[in-house]
Design a protein around this ligand. Structure first.
Ligand code: SAH
Ligand code: SF4
Ligand code: F3S
Length: 440
């Protein structure tokens, strides 16, 4: 087998960052990354299983392998589908050699050594109860300005619909000192933005007992060179007021909280096992709104959970309006293997789910039209993310995580990763338009 690899990543930000660590580890083991499957000796798929569609993508890809036949390539299926389906993957796709969940990536070097010895059917599936997090010094960061750091892995919440507690194992946090050391190291390398990651990032419990999540946020935000700190995803159950206080106190903490509610109906929340009510959630929102800074709030929503009525949906719609979210990610409920909800009848037809989703998206669009319009004439600082050459625009991101397209009359466009003051000249429900505030 040639020591070259190709990797494709599906799923959430944690998977994307896991891939950065997997790439770093493979490179450290002497493998070279290639950008084309055809050139690779080893092909890895880092998979997602959150909804059925995501899972099906993996099996489509595996079928494509079959067409490539022979060619002496080796295949590894890693991530959430790997953990969920385990050795069944070898039955469906006998040409796969490695099946590993994220809790086992620490053992990748050993798995690779076994692969090189010609072993087949190598698994990393038994580490979901581990207390260890996957810490590696070999991280191939893809974005040179924004560095991701996983501070807590796994999930112990067991929402009725969700695979994550089964695919990523139990909740385990990384020691605050180790997080801060990595944050300082990447700040020294020139990263100006740090994004702290966890399925429930604010459920963070420092194993050394030294710092609360809010204290860790403040500490990361105080590292010299760091201009922006983001954190995702926050769970309402563990959302404490000191997080809002930290955002108020430390200007580098971005004024954005992603706090998924899933439903605005207390009855549905109970069936989902979210363990909070609509009112309890709205109380956390009231803390965020009471902040001195204008903190943007975003959410995830599931429509069509078993038993959801039209009134429940209306409760979700009125909650969207009560909160005034700046963005939502809304999904149709998808029954998932091994979860408690799969035993409940999937009582709502796909057509009704689609119709309900559309109702929410239409209501949300109106909310965003109003919210985004409030930024007209505002001057905001953006981090430059890309250049849109065809439109002669620069694409930047605000502290609130909003996308702003802007023009500049400088001949040389501002560099990627640089910060630019921009005045907002026009607003849309999903983005803003502006012009650079030119300094002479
Ligand atoms: N830990 C985070 C969410 C992580 S999963 C939290 O609890 O908020 C990301 C999103 O996927 C969830 O917020 C949920 O909206 C969606 N999701 C999870 N399971 C799903 C399912 N079975 N069907 C549809 N959407 C789902
Ligand atoms: Fe899934 Fe619930 Fe855990 Fe979020 S908190 S990852 S939705 S089980
Ligand atoms: Fe998907 Fe696993 Fe993330 S199921 S959303 S890749 S935790």
């Amino acid at each position: 087998m040639s020591k070259t690899f190709y990797i494709e990543t599906f799923g959430c930000q944690m998977n994307a960052h896991d891939s950065e660590k997997v790439i770093g580890t493979l490179e450290h083991e002497g493998y070279a990354r290639v950008q084309d499957e055809a050139d690779a000796g080893l092909i890895l798929y880092n998979t997602c299983s959150i909804r059925d569609k995501a899972e099906q993508k993996v099996f489509h890809r595996l079928n494509e392998y079959k067409k490539m036949k022979g060619e002496g390539k080796k295949f590894a299926v890693i991530g959430c589908v790997a953990q969920q389906e385990g050795e069944k993957i070898f039955e469906r796709a006998p040409y796969v050699s490695i099946v590993s969940g994220s809790a086992s990536y620490r053992n990748l070097p050993q798995m690779l050594a076994r692969l090189e010895r010609g072993e087949e059917r190598i698994t990393g599936l038994d580490d979901r109860q581990t207390d260890e997090t996957f810490e590696t010094e070999f991280v191939a960061r893809t974005n040179p300005h924004r560095g991701y750091i996983t501070i807590i892995e796994g999930c112990d919440k067991f929402c009725a619909y969700c695979v994550v507690p089964y695919t990523r194992g139990k909740e385990r946090s990384r020691a605050a000192a180790s997080v801060l050391e990595e944050a300082r190291r990447i700040a020294d390398q020139g990263f100006t933005e740090i994004q702290l990651l966890g399925q429930n990032v604010n459920s963070y419990l420092d194993p050394s007992g030294k710092m609360s999540f809010a204290e860790l946020l403040a500490a990361v935000g105080s590292i010299p060179g760091i201009r922006r700190v983001r954190f995702t995803t926050s769970h309402p159950r563990d959302f404490t007021k000191d997080i809002v206080d930290a955002i108020d106190a430390v200007p580098t903490l971005c004024d954005h909280v992603h706090l998924p509610v899933q439903s605005g109906s207390t009855a549905v929340l109970k069936a989902m096992n979210r363990e909070y009510t609509r009112d309890w959630y709205l109380e956390r929102i009231a803390w965020i709104k009471a902040a001195r800074r204008n903190i943007s709030i975003t959410s995830d929503i599931i429509v069509g959970f078993p038993g959801e009525t039209d009134q429940d949906l209306e409760d979700t719609a009125t909650l969207l309006e009560a909160v005034g979210y700046d963005a939502i990610f809304a999904f149709k409920y998808s029954p998932r293997p091994n979860t408690p909800a799969v035993a409940m009848a999937d009582s709502i037809s796909d057509d009704i789910k689609s119709a309900r989703l559309q109702i929410l998206l239409d209501r949300q669009r109106e909310i965003q039209r109003v919210n985004y319009n409030r930024h007209l004439d505002e001057i905001m600082e953006l981090m430059v993310e890309s250049h849109n050459k065809s439109r002669n625009q620069v694409v930047g991101r605000s502290s609130q995580n909003k996308t702003v397209n802007f023009t500049t009359n400088q001949l040389i466009l501002p560099a990627l990763g640089s910060y630019q003051q921009v005045r907002i000249t026009q607003t849309f429900p999903n983005s803003l338009l502006g012009a650079a505030v030119e300094v002479n």
